[in-house]
Write a protein that binds this ligand. Sequence first.
Ligand code: ZN
Length: 277
Amino acid sequence: MNAKQLNDFSQLCIHTITTRPWTIEEAAKHFSNAGIGGITVWRDTLAHRSIKNTGQMIRDLGLRIVSLCRGGFFPHHEYGGRRSAIDDNKKAIDEAAELGAPLIVLVCGASVHQSLEDSRKHIFDGISDILPYAVDAGVKLAIEPLHPMYADTRSAINTLSQANDMAEKLDSLYVGVAIDVYQLWWDPDLQAQVKRCGKKGKIFAFHICDWKTPTADLLLDRGLMGDGCIKIKQIRGWVEDAGFNGYNEVEIFSTKYWSEDQSLFLEKIKHGYLNHS
Ligand code: ZN
């Protein structure tokens, strides 16, 4: 594992959702001024704008667009719901291509109206369906397994093993996995599964934040690196040993941090990145 150079943020990427009160223009300007290397763009920030011009604005500020968040949510107990998910994912691929994002992160989805097995089948079928469209557009897809607490409505893919199985079955250079420490830190099989996807060159993204005790809200109380109990450095070491040399992406949903001054929060992110990840 490499030690981080003091004040080197070139491998740091921040998701726009992390600093949600900022517009994409504000976020890009602040990240660029701080010397941060990358930005992952959430689709909501692109509303009412030229996506192409926004991509250019970001590149002009010297930032790399790491990925577009997010596609997925394939499962639905009715055919119409599955069709509109396919349409929305194709739209996301169009947006990624226009923006100049090389990757879309997939939060795969789940439905309480059916079994997890059925939801996984819908996910597999959905990704298979959009894959040729993604290949044509030159946009890769990362399956992000989510913590099992989200298995009811957000994802039926809950371990890296399941994501690896699916990525391998889809068997395309355009399909890999996103490893998010918040989702996966608890899994005793994590190190072995990181090795497995690393060997196949399928680690497309690495997301970091921390797990707070207690966690006040299952969705909107993620911690900043150093706030919680995740051994982020250890997991980063596994991911790097497996061959990943991409960005460390800070992805934090937090009503607490969103209520703070975002410039001060950005300083905390930089500190947490250097010292606790
Ligand atoms: Zn994530």
